[in-house]
Design a protein. Structure first.
Length: 386
């Protein structure tokens, strides 16, 4: 009997150890029904005066967010009934506002419209769109790079991979969507009756409220300039300067985020580690965070939330394996690094299964083989120096 107890004890210890590096999101809320309860691809239609809305792109960063139009989002439910919801539409995102002919959108849904639909309980949701037409020959080189947004389902899959890895993340739902510009003189880059790849992304504010989290923003965040000086509660959230001066930062979690970015081949992110660490060399007052959120949980721990992956190798089908961000990865101890890397390798087969569902997944699989070979090499070296 005592041997059975000993075996059970060792089994539990081993199980906890193998999952320790990827267990942060165990207490995070995962929806059991509604829009984000599945990754099944669904068809939607969106009708709105899009030309009128997109003209707001000419406004400055703060003014463009205030412009709205009314539209209708539609889908067919499980009983084959057509569901129409009246929504408010806003332009979303700095980069796509500047460079995309069809920028990301934000939908605000009145409670009276959402009750009994898959949007039930959702006040706001982001819609990542195709940015530009895939075959548009007139776009600049930078836009050519952003054309990865035409394959939005790949980015949605990255959020799904984070879910499988038990990493705290926003929820994503890949969809096919047809756009109808109701303006009489349409100037919008959307083909009639064509289903574009897109995905709904959970609203960051809703994510925080649902999980009882507090936003932690960078002291140099550009949005700070738009906060009322009397709004002391919101101003108090702009407190992250760098990891070294942030005793509440979960260093293992930050290192885990760096491994995720390494796996998907994403260099378009930044987490300032020291006062002298700059996102762009030569800039004395750059961002403290870029495409990376920080939240504070109920215990006061600061946790990183990676986001926005449309510049990643995963999106571009490039076989190049970029070096891991050692500044962030090296925040963790050797023991933690080993646990983190083993946590990823333990989920390797599930990651492959997700990717195989994508069209043209061959180049991604090939690149992943290279990535996991590098992870195995890193693990070997760490165990030698342990």
């Amino acid at each position: 009997m005592k041997y059975k107890i000993l075996f059970l004890f060792l089994f539990v210890i081993g199980l906890c150890s193998s999952n320790a590096a990827l267990a942060l999101s165990a207490a995070f809320v995962k929806p059991k029904n509604g829009l984000f309860s599945t990754y099944e691809i669904t068809n939607f239609q969106l009708k709105a005066p899009l030309t009128t809305l997109f003209k707001a792109k000419k406004l400055n960063f703060f003014e463009v967010k205030k412009v709205k139009v009314n539209g209708v989002i539609s889908y067919t439910d499980e009983k084959q009934n057509l569901v129409n919801l009246n929504v408010e539409l806003y332009i979303k995102g700095y980069t796509t506002t500047q460079f995309c002919t069809f920028p990301k959108l934000e939908l605000k849904i009145p409670k009276s419209e959402s009750i009994g639909t898959i949007f039930d309980g959702i006040k706001t949701v982001d819609l990542n769109t195709h940015c530009v037409e895939q075959d548009d020959p007139s776009t600049e080189a930078y836009i050519q790079y952003i054309k990865s947004s035409f394959n939005n389902h790949r980015e949605a899959m990255i959020y799904r991979i984070m879910d499988v890895l038990n990493m705290p993340s926003l929820r994503a739902r890949p969809v096919l969507i047809q756009y109808t510009d109701t303006d009489e003189n349409s100037e919008v880059s959307a083909k009639p009756n064509f289903a574009y790849q897109a995905f709904f992304l959970e609203d960051y504010s809703d994510f925080r409220k649902k999980n009882n989290l507090k936003a932690i923003r960078g002291v140099n965040d550009v949005t700070k300039a738009d906060v009322d000086v009397n709004d002391t509660d919101k101003l108090s959230t702009y407190v992250f300067s760098n990891v070294a001066d942030s005793p509440n930062m979960d260093l293992d979690d930050a290192a885990r985020s760096a491994v995720l970015q390494f796996i998907i081949g994403n260099g378009d992110w930044f987490l300032q580690t020291t006062k002298t660490d700059l996102r762009e060399e030569g800039h004395s007052d750059g961002e403290n965070l870029w495409n990376m959120k920080i939240v504070e949980d109920t215990k006061g721990k600061w946790i990183t939330i990676p986001q926005d992956f449309n510049f990643s190798m995963f999106m571009q089908n490039y076989p190049v394996v970029q070096p891991i961000n050692s500044k962030v990865f090296d925040l963790a101890s050797t023991e933690s690094k080993i646990n983190i890397l083993e946590g990823f390798t333990n989920k390797k087969s599930q990651i492959y299964e997700i990717i195989k569902q994508l069209d043209g997944s061959g180049p991604i699989i090939y690149r992943l083989e290279l990535v996991f070979a590098e992870i195995e090499r890193m693990l070997s070296n760490l165990k030698i120096t342990k």
